[in-house]
Design a protein. Structure first.
Length: 357
């Protein structure tokens, strides 16, 4: 295929099979893939999505399994099915596209030499030495890479073929602005034990609320690996009154939950590459109080749309100052910098640049 700049691009989007597109509840990467896919279609591009069979999309959908793995208890060894999707894609489909947009991390990179179109991978995690070796190899064979924040980019070696950093964006009309919140703090994410990858800091959020005597409502996903930790360490702290837990939320439930909060706590304990929940909260007008980790400083304007803190003590002090933040400015910050339109503008520009190299 060859894109001449006049006709719509023929784009393949490779997604994780963990959750459907978009996810029913928790799932940041899959949600961003959905935003990207649907907006590209609105712009007239010919998009084929390779994802789980229960995905909901206006794109052409190709799948090797009927349901996302996390919701399908029958799948014990998912890697075989991921490998099947890669084999099917590169043997039967890859020659039909102008560009391949990969959101499946490292799996497609083993086949980059056989791709008939440029392969550009958006990395949604932080650097790992064993994967960096593959990224270098794929770079030498002509693969391209996109990071989702500048902070994330710093974690990777310099000799990987990065072509851009593209921040996530939201379909802003789906997030209702609330100028008059209720009197509670919100925490939203995945319950994580101290040995989990990507610790979300639910224990720190509880500690902040208890120090202040503030009401905290938590909405979280609990993976099987973290259920024991939740039962033994987190659940005893939840009294159902001051500290409440309401499990996972879908998109319709999430917006009022975030919008009604007077502040959103984001005390993550790792270098979160982006943090979709941050922009979701601010889109509703809710200021974010976050630990100074990962991409927080690229997303939050400290003292204007929230506060960036070093520790629990600073986060506690920030909650007491929350009335200093103008909720309308939080919303306008997202409208200016973190919309799905801006995100897809960036992807379109990069795709065309790569195709015409």
């Amino acid at each position: 295929m060859w894109y001449n700049g006049l006709n719509p691009m023929k784009i393949a989007i490779l997604s994780s099979l963990d959750e459907r597109i978009p996810p029913e509840k928790y799932g940041g990467v899959e949600r961003v893939v959905s935003f990207l896919t649907e907006e590209l279609i609105k712009r007239g591009h010919d998009v084929t999505l390779f994802a789980s069979g229960d995905s909901k999309t206006k794109a052409k959908l190709v799948s090797v399994w009927p349901k996302g793995f996390r919701r399908d208890g029958s799948v014990k060894k998912p890697q075989a099915l991921v490998t099947l999707m890669m084999a099917k894609f590169f043997n039967e489909y890859a020659q039909n596209f102008d560009i391949i947009s990969n959101h499946l991390d490292h799996d497609p990179l083993a086949f980059v030499k056989f791709a008939k179109a440029p392969l550009v991978s958006t990395l949604h995690s932080t650097s790992r030495p064993e994967r960096d070796v593959l990224y270098r190899y794929a770079s030498e064979l002509g693969a391209y890479f996109i990071t989702i924040s500048q902070n994330q980019r710093k974690s990777y070696p310099e000799d990987i073929n990065f072509i851009a950093t593209i921040h996530h964006g939201l379909p802003i009309k789906s997030f209702r602005f609330n100028p008059k919140p209720k009197n509670y703090l919100a925490w939203f994410g995945r319950i994580t034990s101290p040995v989990s990858v990507g610790q979300k800091g639910q224990d720190e959020a509880i500690e902040v609320a208890k120090r202040l005597g503030e009401k905290l409502i938590m909405a979280g996903k609990i993976d099987k690996a973290d259920q024991k930790y939740f039962n033994e360490k987190v659940k005893p702290k939840i009294d159902g009154k001051q500290i409440q837990f309401i499990a996972e939320l879908n998109d319709q439930e999430k917006v009022p939950f975030l919008g009604n909060a007077k502040a959103f706590l984001f005390p993550v304990k790792w270098s979160e590459p982006f943090g979709l929940a941050i922009i979701e909260a601010m889109a509703c007008g809710t200021p974010v109080i976050a630990f100074d980790r990962g991409a927080a400083r690229e997303i939050i304007v400290d003292g204007k749309t929230g506060f960036i803190c070093k520790n629990i003590s600073e986060m506690t002090e920030a909650v007491e100052r929350i009335k200093e933040i103008n909720r309308e400015k939080c919303r306008k910050h997202i409208e200016k910098n973190f919309t799905v339109q801006r995100m897809v503008d960036d992807y379109e520009r990069i795709f065309k640049k790569i195709i015409n190299c």
